[in-house]
Design a protein around this ligand. Structure first.
Ligand code: ADP
Ligand code: GLC
Length: 490
């Protein structure tokens, strides 16, 4: 029987994206459809989503609104790939300018608990045939925003005096990032319309507060995260964010499935946004992409200077403070650095200062710019991802595809996807980048020195780059693993 699966999330590329989650929610359902699933998506009706979906039509009025004056469910499709997308239209909740989670002062909206409860609750209603024409058997909830979906599914059975097996759909909760936990004051529990006994350490309660993330982890039938290494790391105190005991307790329901790359968007042979297309067997275009990038960013037009690129949220997670400390090493060796990012003001200022001091060698663009992201990955020789922790990471996968060798900390999905250019790995022809072990300046500096050393050995550099570009991180293998998981549940 066809598996009907509803993905519940808050972002969707290209309509609304603050990070890799949006890339995943656009590509994974499409990859599942290719594997024979009947997959749809449910999103809050943020302004760019409402404006970007095609053929939107009302499906049902929502009987519960969590304080919004009114809310309706609509169904449309993503123009890029035809993916069916349900959207909750509740303008008082979602049609706010700017960031979907934060107000103009970068403070979380005071009603985020209610805004995202509506998302989780609507998912459960869809499982109860809110749309008479389509209902999911599996609900896959992504990150804390959708964390209450598994709770409402359970609550449905609970209210009928039945056990978990009687929930209207089976649920999967996917952790993209354990650092964002969706924590709210306990007083807000009353507004969520959940059974009173769910406010419990065996439930949604988390150190006296509410955690939507914990609700997802506790109530979902299965838990996934986006790489095998991160699945292990989050069961430790160091990386479990206070949820490690719960995760260890559920270890037999927890699996790490690596994200994939949407090669219709990230492929240098077909990418219309870059200066010249190229491929592993026709590399001259990459040199031109580098020259165009240098010109665009007003860097010195030096084709022989190794160009280190960064495309990243500028947050604690991404470890770019370490890169900032290592900049003198790159500059002293004649390298260049191009940074595209936005976030933490101190990091923004740090990189901006370096660009002012070394305008020929360091360029920084503060902001979110999809086309420049492609231009940097295409033009750079190295893409640095020195993250403190990294659930999966997509940037290093895009870098591999574009022959920009990733330089990464051996952690999470970075450890699972990049093979260090050690002498033995070079000899075996398996190297794809540069990997450092300890999150310390000297370890990063040593990896940077390895990058320069390899760059000087033109033949080895080219071989490594070709091998990197030949890696296949397409979605189909991962989609098959999700399908197997769904079959276990169905
Ligand atoms: P995370 O989701 O933790 O931010 P990922 O590596 O999984 O990290 O995904 C990041 C995604 O966001 C990639 O598609 C990357 O190209 C994109 N991205 C990050 N910062 C920017 C930016 N400033 N401008 C454009 N794209 C960005
Ligand atoms: C999160 C993680 C990142 C991951 C992305 C998509 O934002 O930080 O590592 O690649 O989600 O799963």
């Amino acid at each position: 029987m066809t598996i009907r699966v509803l993905h519940v999330a808050s972002e969707l590329y290209p309509l609304l994206k603050t990070g890799g989650l949006a890339d995943v929610t656009a590509a994974l359902p499409a990859a599942l459809i290719e594997q024979g699933a009947d997959a749809r998506l449910l999103l809050p009706g943020f302004a760019p989503v409402a404006a970007g979906l095609a053929d939107l039509r009302p499906v049902a009025r929502l009987s519960r609104t969590f304080g919004a004056p009114e809310a309706t469910l609509e169904l449309g499709r993503l123009p890029e790939n035809g993916l069916p997308v349900y959207m909750i239209r509740a303008d008082a909740f979602y049609a706010r300018p700017g960031n979907p989670y934060l107000d103009a002062e970068h403070v979380p909206y005071g009603d985020n608990a209610q805004r995202f409860a509506l998302l989780g609750w609507t998912a459960a209603q869809l499982a109860r045939h809110l749309d008479p024409e389509w209902a999911p058997r599996i609900v896959q909830a992504h990150d804390w925003h959708a964390g209450l979906a598994p709770a409402y599914l359970r609550a449905d059975a609970h209210e009928r005096g039945l056990g978990p097996g009687a929930a209207p759909a089976r649920s999967v909760f996917t952790i993209h990032n354990l650092a964002y936990q969706g924590v709210f004051p306990a007083q807000q529990f009353a507004s969520l319309a959940l059974p009173a006994d769910y406010f419990d350490m065996h439930g949604i309660e988390f150190y006296g507060q509410l955690s939507f993330l914990k609700a997802g982890l506790y109530f979902a039938d299965k838990i996934t995260t986006v790489s095998p290494t991160y699945a292990r790391e989050i069961q430790t105190v160091a990386q479990g964010g206070g949820l490690e005991a719960l995760l260890r307790g559920r270890a037999h329901d927890l699996v790490g499935i690596l994200n994939g790359v949407d090669y219709t968007v990230w492929n240098p042979a077909t990418d219309e946004t870059i200066a010249t297309r190229y491929s592993a067997t026709r590399m001259s275009g990459k040199l031109r992409c580098k020259a165009v990038l240098q010109a665009r960013l007003a860097l010195a037009p030096r084709h022989d200077a190794p160009l280190f690129g960064v495309v990243s949220r500028l947050t604690e997670q991404k470890g770019l403070d370490l890169l900032l400390a290592a900049l003198p090493e790159i500059l002293a060796r004649g390298g260049q650095v191009a940074v595209l990012g936005t976030g933490d003001p101190s990091l923004e200022q740090g990189f901006a200062r370096a660009a002012r001091q070394h305008p020929d060698a360091v360029a920084v663009e503060l902001g979110f710019d999809e086309s420049l992201a492609h231009a940097i990955v295409a033009g750079a020789d190295v893409i640095a991802v020195p993250s403190r922790f990294e659930p999966c990471g997509l940037t290093q996968l895009y870098a591999l595809a574009y022959g920009a060798l990733p330089l990464v900390h051996r952690v999470g999905g970075l450890a699972d996807t990049v093979v260090d250019a050690s002498l033995e790995n070079l000899a075996d022809g398996v190297a794809t980048g540069f990997v450092f072990e300890r999150f310390e300046p000297d370890a990063l500096t040593a990896a940077i020195r390895r990058a320069f050393a390899l760059y000087a050995r033109t033949r080895d550099w080219r071989d490594t780059r070709r091998h990197a570009m030949e890696q296949d991180f397409g979605w189909s293998a991962s989609a098959q693993r999700y399908m197997a998981l769904y079959r276990e549940l169905d």
